[in-house]
Design a protein around this ligand. Structure first.
Ligand code: MG
Length: 240
């Protein structure tokens, strides 16, 4: 019997629209303009080049090492550098949010997610998000709340907050401990084999791959086309 389901977020619950789950091109530009406007309001005259040199450039260098370090790059030192150079003392996360919001506001639930989560809960399953994210979890929790998805989850585990990323099994183990569950009572569901299926393997948790272009990595135990197919898969697993 599978009593708890550990769900990856991007490509499973939310459609993220970019490979890295970060603002790109025009949306990125709009976010940077909003960040500059917030800085200008606080009295700092900065340019797009300044933002790149003080914040995004150095952060990108750290971000590029996330796979090696198996944790996400911290924003804090770079936001501190920016605020110091600008001579302002703004709330760091409000400043980052000015950049992220135009992108975050565009994220929408994946196909059939509301119905699937309702159905899984009515089957008595306990649900958690176990997600690699490049920003603090609060940014994503707000998006889940906005789409009325937050209430389905008993707990949210975000890599940024926990200082570890999949394919490390650490977040999955934290989730299992939260549910007081053993690995064989859980199922890990994700769209990236190298992260989600590998983490499931490492934690000894059976895995379900949601078919996607991210097919490099270990073989999953099961595969489906979307979360909408998970209730039927679970029934077939449990009736064996
Ligand atoms: Mg994903």
């Amino acid at each position: 019997m599978k009593s708890c389901l550990l769900l990856d977020m991007g490509g499973v619950v939310l459609r993220v629209g970019s490979t890295e789950g970060l603002p790109e091109s025009r949306i990125d530009w709009r976010g940077r303009q909003a960040m500059l406007a917030m800085l200008a309001k606080a009295g700092a005259r900065l340019t797009l080049e300044d933002l790149d040199g003080l914040l995004f450039g150095p952060w990108r260098l750290d971000h590029a090492r996330r796979h090696d370090l198996v944790r996400d790059a911290r924003w804090e030192p770079h936001l501190d550098r920016l605020c110091t150079a600008a001579g302002v003392d703004l709330d760091r996360w409000e400043l980052l949010d000015a950049w992220f919001r135009p992108y975050g506001d565009r994220l929408v639930p994946e196909f059939g997610v509301h119905e699937a989560l309702e159905q899984l809960r009515s089957m008595g399953k306990r649900l958690a998000v176990v997600s690699n994210v490049p920003l603090p979890g609060q940014f994503y929790e707000r998006i889940l709340e906005h789409h009325d998805l937050r209430r389905h989850f008993d707990a949210l585990f975000f890599s940024y907050d926990l200082g570890t990323r999949k394919p490390s099994p650490a977040m999955l183990r934290t989730a299992l401990a939260h549910f007081d569950s053993t690995a064989d009572q859980a199922l890990m569901v994700g769209d990236r084999r190298a992260a989600d299926i590998a983490a499931g393997r490492a934690a000894g948790v059976e895995s379900v791959w949601i078919r996607s272009p991210f097919d490099n990595g270990p073989e999953p135990d099961h595969e489906i086309g979307s979360l909408a197919e998970l209730p039927a898969l679970l029934e077939s697993i449990e009736t064996g």
